[in-house]
Design a protein around this ligand. Sequence first.
Ligand SMILES: [Zn+2]
Length: 273
Amino acid sequence: MASRILQKGKNRITQGYGAGHKAIDLGREHLTGEPVIAHTAGKVVFCQTGHKNNKGATGNASYGNCVKIDHGHGYSTLYAHLATVKVKNGEKVKQGQVIGTMGNTGNSYGMHLHFEVRLDNKRIDPMPYLEADLPLPKDDKIHVTYKAYAGKWWADIVDCHDDSTNGYAGVRGRNLTAFTAKAAKGTLRYRAHLLNGGWLSWMSTSDINRPKTGYAGIKGKAMDAVQMELNGLPDYEVHYRVAPKGGDWYAWNTVVFGQAIDRLQIKIVKKEA
Ligand SMILES: [Zn+2]
């Protein structure tokens, strides 16, 4: 059969996935320096070199020369017993990039590639993915849901739509006095600044289910600024902006004191590489 982790045409499975071997071993006849290629784009998070054949080795040494690539969303792949390693720890790799060559290092009984697919670092059956994409979401957008209090709680808003009148929380012309927000991933923290007052406590995603206190602001008291940060998602950042009552939006992620606000927009964006 073919696979996308070995460059040249057909290879055969010499050992399948099972209770005692949560991986697939791929072998070929007459192998010398067979290139091993990255199954999917990602970042090298484990890279082990300098190993020789060492039958009976345990732990990480059993893998011999080895590369592990993190593909995000909980998925990673691991390539073991390599003869040579062509990438470094921390390096970003593309799908199809040569990461090493097939070998017989570590606890190995002959030239082969030991291939693992992991989800949340648990080894899963690689078989469905030998020739196919990992089930990574195509849309890497992270949605944020938020709502504003202006006399009452108004509808949930998801993300922001710059050209739409529905693309913000709040009601034009009415003091926005409290809000909550939740990102689909990571922890969004946010706080409100009272008009002619100070900052109130930081709130976070986890506060949303406490209806009495789980929001930023004080119902009925005008606020003039908000601040936000997104934790736990190093590749993303939160963008937020508010508008003074009846006026035009302030710039994104700026804090301006002195005028009651009536509208709020939030979006989560991927950081520029
Ligand atoms: Zn194996």
